[in-house]
Design a protein around this ligand. Sequence first.
Ligand code: ME8
Length: 503
Amino acid sequence: MEKYYITTPIYYANSKPHIGHAYTTIVADILARYYRLKLGQENVWFLTGTDEHGSKIAQVAEKEGKDPQTFVDDVSALFQLSWKNLNISNNDYIRTTEKRHEDVVTEILTKLKSAKTPLGNDFIYSGDYEGLYCVGCESYKKPEDLVDDKCPDHNKEPELLKESNWYIRLSDYAEILKNKIQNDEIKVLPADRKTEVLSFIEQGLEDVAISRQQVKWGIPVPFDKDQTIYVWVDALLNYISALGYPNDEKFKKFWPANTQLLAKDILKFHAIIWPAMLIAAGIEAPKELFIHGYFTIDGKKMSKTIGNVIDPNDLVSEFGVDAARYLIVSQFPFGQDGDVKADEFKVKYNSDLANGIGNLVSRVITMAEKYCDNKIPALKYTGTFNLTALWKRVEQNYVDYKIFENLREIQELISWADNHIAETTPWAKAKEGKAAEVNQILYNLIEVLKQLAGLLLPILPQTGAEILKRINFASTDIESIKTLNNLDSKKTLDKGEPLFLRK
Ligand code: ME8
């Protein structure tokens, strides 16, 4: 792999970001930072943004007495500010109300109008439809999708809509999509999501309306200006409009995406409508879709009515940037559903960060100050913890999206170092005058701090960089961090302030 392009969904600009949006975005940031260390800055592109058209947004804007553009300008600014507060390193931020996006959507729709399906039919055709539309989902629902006549995701009765629309002939794509997903040409991960999509396709695909007569807040259909383009068709195209499709060098270099992250709520749009549109337009489909879990807060669905919505900015104010990132991604394995327990943030902060990383760094440097004249001994690593094997596991975990497992690897390294200190008691050895042994123990521990810093760089970027500074290791090049025994014995250490104050 020479380049890496990763995307998050573009979030609805209907209200400020919550911890669910932050979860996907932080994981994308961790992966982007990891691949930058591996492939070089210039070979990684990380995109996020906001989805700003459609009836859902227009309705909220109206309720707030704002025109839709002003409304989405304000909400999108809140998203961008939150990502800045969380130290998210996105290379670009796409808004679907930007001209660069609208131009590409218009161009692709025009192209699709003359496209043929694999069975030789027109990809786009006009027809009438009567159905139940859920504004929350921005999609039609079948009666069997409803519980007590309501959309189970939004707890609202859908509206009956009857419109003449433009359709895309998805039904002609069942075979080709099934094959591409089956043979991992489009890799859908984890495996149970692949099975879910395949069994959905096997039931046969229905055509989808891609235009709306009654929605004014959208991009006009280029060949029928009385209608606007269905918000999902508009939104999905962000992944290529932001790269400057079709002529920009960025598009040529980075498309197809290596990783598109999303949660299960929007799987079908990404695994079916999106690749079908791309295939019809003669554009390559994305390489991998990773569908992570959906979480509840204290056992309940996040909702404004319940009042359990967590604002990631509040976590940053309470715990700091790196800690907020850590607390959000360390709740449960990535890819599984889970429950976030608000009370546990503090417990985890104290155990993993203050007593874990922070305490280890401070103990090691304090001992080096006392027993080694605050210098790095001129020795080689002899510790029993196999650091090379650790990196192998960590790198494979990144390929497999095992972010949670990597947090665990980090905690295991810290436990090893804590135990090593307890077992070897350098303070007692110093008293007994065993200077050579003490030097060796401290060399091993400082090497562990260097490796720990490297492991932290993608996840807790400020902490990783700070540890390297404190052990006076000048490079942030991952290969040199991984290389054992390259600490400079002429350098001194800097204890500094506690990395994480206990709460
Ligand atoms: O669906 N747990 O936007 P959206 C985990 N605009 N992840 C969560 C979550 C939770 N409880 N809540 C939200 C849209 N997410 C469309 C996308 S893309 C072309 C258009 C995350 O604001 C997760 O990534 O509803 C989910 O897929 C996304 O936010 C939905 O964001």
